[in-house]
Design a protein around this ligand. Structure first.
Ligand code: KIV
Ligand code: ZN
Length: 514
């Protein structure tokens, strides 16, 4: 039985700090898809974005707030009224809204970035938290660059934030600079300087620049933090944030050592990881802790022998505990719409109406070309569909002619609203030819920088999952798509990246303002 004191809240920032990773751009529908999975996972708080950064961001956060009712939904703010008003606009219909207000407290940031005196920072903290509290009762305050801030000044700012009504105080290691021992000391000193902090929730937020994010967050929990800020697959600014799966599985696997609980349904971790990877376009490194494809693989004969005799010789966690072994075959080409809906319901997706109609059409198309359709395929179909809704260009036809040693030819048909465009292209291989033909329609002038193909499952008829990165004016734009034929997936992924180039928006976050 857990008590308040041994419960650690999981604050997920995949949709905010995670989305600040270069090249990640999620539309409102994609944000909602990830937020729904975070809800299934059981996170306590979802930081859905930074409302003031764009109207699209307000829409995305609003959609999450409207549909995800069992988590607290947070939006980030600088200490400015306009930011807080934008967050209110996004969160006014949330069941449990939170405003997250931050300002830098290190001398370096105050002098060179904010160009503000410590007194001004203190005043803005007071004013912003007071204003935020006029709108919602749940206000988190963060001292940006806390681990390089003077302890006495940071204590003063935290005191002011608490007096103005902040209910959670977050002490971020913004640049991934601290170490576990030092972080613990910083937090213990803060508690000693600000005893009233015991009445609020202390939160930790760490970055992985030195590969210490998870170790630092765990040290923070040992120092008294009861909220950890994390992102799925550890995505986030630069080297990323502390990874949700690492914190949760460390607390669970080493429960006898740490003695803390979270509310996370760990069997949803693998699916959350695949979804975020697919929608963000960020592949998971094979040896990534917990969710890498080798995390439960044993290569050396001596290890295989040991595992066959007793799994515990080389495995400290079960693959089942993160949901890796629940992907048996579910459907075949004779399965009907009701069977598809039931299979999705089993997987935790409630789909109906138009969404079901589109999923069924895609399922039929795939089932005709692929003997069996597994849960992983169904998951890929539904993830892919979440990107379809606001699609600017849709591939309607692709014909390729290619032969070894000869120039390849492509003929493409692309729908844009009511119009259908056609074009041809010649290139060095079928993908090059297809991209040249598509470029004649979309006119991106973007340069192809990355092209990755992954198989969703094993087997010759596996769905292809393709990621395309285009560069235009020094900025990178990522598109991804899934289809039975990798050339079709590549073409649609190209069109998705091109749509972002055309909108001039690789990332809805206005990065300069942070
Ligand atoms: O790393 C950081 O300091 C942040 C804050 C905005 C919380 O992301
Ligand atoms: Zn951060």
């Amino acid at each position: 039985m857990s008590t308040n004191q041994d419960y650690v809240k999981i604050f997920d920032t995949t949709l905010r700090d995670g989305e600040q990773s270069p090249g990640i751009s999620l539309n409102a529908q994609e944000k909602l898809e990830i937020a729904r999975q975070l809800e299934r996972l059981g996170v306590d708080i979802i930081e859905a974005g930074f409302a003031v950064s764009s109207p699209g961001e307000i829409k995305g956060i609003g959609l999450v707030a409207e549909h995800v009712r069992s988590c607290t939904i947070a939006s980030l703010n600088r200490t400015q009224q306009g930011d807080i008003d934008a967050s209110w606009e996004a969160l006014k219909n949330a069941e449990s809204p939170r405003f997250h207000v931050f300002i830098a407290t290190s001398d370096l940031h105050m002098e060179h970035k904010l160009r503000m005196t410590p007194e001004q920072v203190l005043e803005q903290t007071r004013d912003a938290v007071t204003y935020a509290r006029t709108k919602v009762s749940d206000v988190e305050f963060s001292c940006e660059d806390a681990t390089r801030s003077r302890p006495e000044f940071m204590a003063e700012v935290v005191r002011a934030a608490l007096a103005a009504g902040a209910t959670t105080i977050n002490i971020p290691d913004t640049v991934g600079y601290t170490t576990p021992e030092e972080y613990k000391e910083i937090l213990e000193t803060l508690y000693a300087n600000v005893p009233e902090l015991h009445e609020a929730t202390l939160s930790v937020h760490t970055h992985n620049d030195l590969g210490l994010a998870t170790a630092n967050s765990l040290a923070g929990v040992q120092a008294g933090a009861r909220q950890v800020e994390v992102a799925i697959n550890g995505i986030g600014e630069r080297a990323g944030n502390s990874a949700l799966e690492e914190i949760v599985m460390a607390l669970r696997t080493r429960n006898a050592f740490y003695g803390f609980q979270t509310g996370i349904e760990t069997t949803e971790i693998a699916r959350a990881s695949r979804l975020v990877s697919r929608l963000s376009g960020y592949p998971v490194q094979p040896n990534k802790a917990i969710v890498g494809k080798n995390a439960f693989a044993h290569e050396a004969g001596i290890h295989q022998d040991g595992v066959l005799k007793n799994r515990r010789t080389y495995e400290i966690m079960d693959a089942e505990s993160i949901g890796l072994e629940h992907n048996e075959l579910v459907l075949g080409k004779h399965s009907g719409r009701a069977a598809l809906q039931a299979a999705y319901a089993d997987m935790g997706y409630a789909i109906e109406g138009d969404e079901l109609k589109r999923a069924f059409a895609k399922f039929k198309e795939i089932a005709d070309r692929k003997k069996t359709v597994s849960a992983l395929d169904l998951e890929a179909i539904i993830d892919d569909q979440s990107r379809d809704t606001a699609e600017r260009w849709i591939l309607e036809g692709l014909a390729l002619r290619t032969s070894t040693g000869e120039t390849s030819h492509a003929e493409v048909k692309v729908r844009e609203g009511d119009q259908v465009h056609t074009a041809t292209g010649e290139g060095d291989g079928p993908i090059d030819a297809a991209f040249i033909a598509l470029n004649a329609i979309v006119k991106t002038a973007g340069e192809l920088r990355e092209f990755n193909v992954n198989a969703v499952t094993g087997g010759n008829d596996a769905l292809g999952d393709v990621r395309v990165v285009l560069e235009h004016d020094g900025r990178r734009y990522t598109g991804q798509s899934v289809a039975p034929d990798i050339t079709e997936a590549a073409a649609q992924a190209f069109l998705r990246a091109a749509a972002l180039v055309a909108a001039g928006n690789p990332n809805p976050m206005v990065r300069e303002t942070i």
